[in-house]
Design a protein around this ligand. Structure first.
Ligand code: DGY
Length: 434
């Protein structure tokens, strides 16, 4: 039996998960834990739908963009209905005066433009041109919002105002900056996440108290840009978001060229030049890697993880830094059966099952593999892709996976894990056919 016959059941199950999590034009990440539409989840979900229903893939992006505010901001959650099983819900975010659909007040890693380009290049030409045209200015407006609201001065580095904006919520990089968030006036609240998932696989109370305090800080300043930049108690430049935005700017530039939008082309080229500068500034000679930077304290995190490899995805592969970055990767593979761990397995803060402190995430592996492959490191890319597939074959469509044992962690039947599986299968078939 060939590989594609053996994995046919998994393809069918991945379809089913996307269909079961479809709430009518938008897809929830998983039942129970995440009952609304999440920003980067939906972008990845569109990649999955595109393998069997192009029309539905475009609809996912269109519905996500219904959550966009007039100033271009694209929230990390679009609350399409109330659901008391999730906290913090719409009331905590206080965004009613900003948009007609309740949303959160923070954003998430901007993978959308990259997905848009992928749909454009792999879809039926007439359909994609017609669907892409109205979406392009909206995604461009979100990028403009990013550059105006999350730029670290003129450095090209991109800041996050909440750990959730990194998408890598409880990464140890955020521990020190979170420690500076004063929680003495924290309003009482009840966590809901630990009622859905084993609490050893979730962020700890230290993190959650500060997550909630930061939500209330944003609500209390009315999500005002200037006050956020000047006063947010958490303001950290992230390698992940800086890289993802740079890559997304490059992909949007490719679309602007197709559309012949010269103003957008000039703007995107300027942002790209800045982004390259920003990534360069995040290089840290102490650990020979790109690391996050706490702007408020002018300190670097001195720790490495899966996000450290995302500059490849941004199209950055400085020849003087390759050996050091590959040495980290090889060291991790020496320590763990599977890659890429979300955090350094040799660090004392590594925790193989706790969310972003060690477990492997299919979506980050997809970004890392795409970056390595685009930069010409195909053997490494293939290892990351095949590790991802093996993990899913053995443990199913889990939220994340233990790098030491491959055991599935967090939520079950995750939309984005299903979507990545379908996309990887699609890539494999294309490779076999070529
Ligand atoms: C959560 O875990 O609830 C956060 O919203 C992550 O985005």
């Amino acid at each position: 039996m060939g590989y594609f016959e053996m994995t046919g059941d998994l393809d069918a199950r991945a379809h089913e998960i996307l269909t079961e999590n479809d709430r009518g034009g938008y897809t929830i990440p998983t039942k129970g834990l995440y009952p609304f539409q999440w920003n980067w989840d939906s972008a990845f979900v569109a990649l999955g739908f595109a393998t069997f229903d192009q029309n539905r893939a475009w609809t996912e992006i269109e519905s996500l963009l219904e959550g966009q505010w007039e100033n271009g901001f694209l929230p990390h959650i679009v609350f399409r209905r109330d659901d008391p099983t999730y906290f913090p819900g719409p009331k905590e975010w206080g965004t009613a005066k900003h948009h007609w659909i309740p949303t959160s007040g923070i954003t998430q890693p901007p993978v959308l433009a990259t997905v848009l380009r992928e749909l454009f290049e792999t879809g039926t030409p007439d359909l994609v041109r017609q669907r892409m045209k109205p979406l392009f200015p909206k995604v461009l407006a979100w990028h403009a919002w990013y550059h105006a609201n999350r730029a670290v001065g003129n450095t090209g580095m991109v800041a996050i105002a909440h750990p959730w904006e990194s998408g890598r919520d409880n990464l140890p990089d955020w521990d020190a900056p979170l420690g500076d968030v004063d929680i003495s006036d924290l309003e009482p609240y009840e966590r809901k996440d630990v009622t859905h998932v084993n609490q050893d696989m979730r962020p700890q109370q230290f993190d959650y108290d500060r997550y909630v305090r930061l939500v209330h800080f944003g609500r209390d300043i009315g999500w005002d840009r200037d006050r956020m930049v000047e006063e947010s108690p958490f303001w950290v430049a992230d390698v992940g978001v800086t890289s993802i935005l740079l890559r997304a700017d490059r992909d949007l530039l490719a679309l602007a060229q197709v559309l012949g939008d010269y103003a957008a082309i000039a703007q995107l080229e300027a942002w790209i030049a800045k982004g390259e500068e920003g990534i360069d500034r995040l290089w840290n000679d102490k650990v020979f890697a790109y690391t996050s930077y706490n702007i408020r304290r002018d300190t670097r995190a001195d720790m490495v993880g899966g996000g450290t490899l995302l500059p490849f995805y941004a199209g950055v592969a400085d020849p003087n830094r390759l050996d050091a970055l590959f040495a980290h990767m090889d060291r991790w593979w020496g320590r763990c059966e599977f890659g890429v761990p979300s955090f350094d397995p040799d660090h004392k803060k590594f925790d193989s099952i706790r969310y972003w402190r060690g477990p492997i995430w299919a979506v980050v592996n997809w970004l890392v593999a795409r970056g390595l492959s685009d930069m010409g490191f195909e053997a490494r890319a293939e290892r990351v892709r095949s590790n991802t597939q093996t993990l899913i074959e053995n443990a199913g469509f889990r939220e994340n996976f233990c790098p030491a044992t491959g055991v599935g962690c967090g939520g079950h039947d995750f939309s984005w894990t299903a979507a990545i599986w379908l996309n990887l299968q699609h890539q494999n078939r294309a490779r076999v056919a070529a």
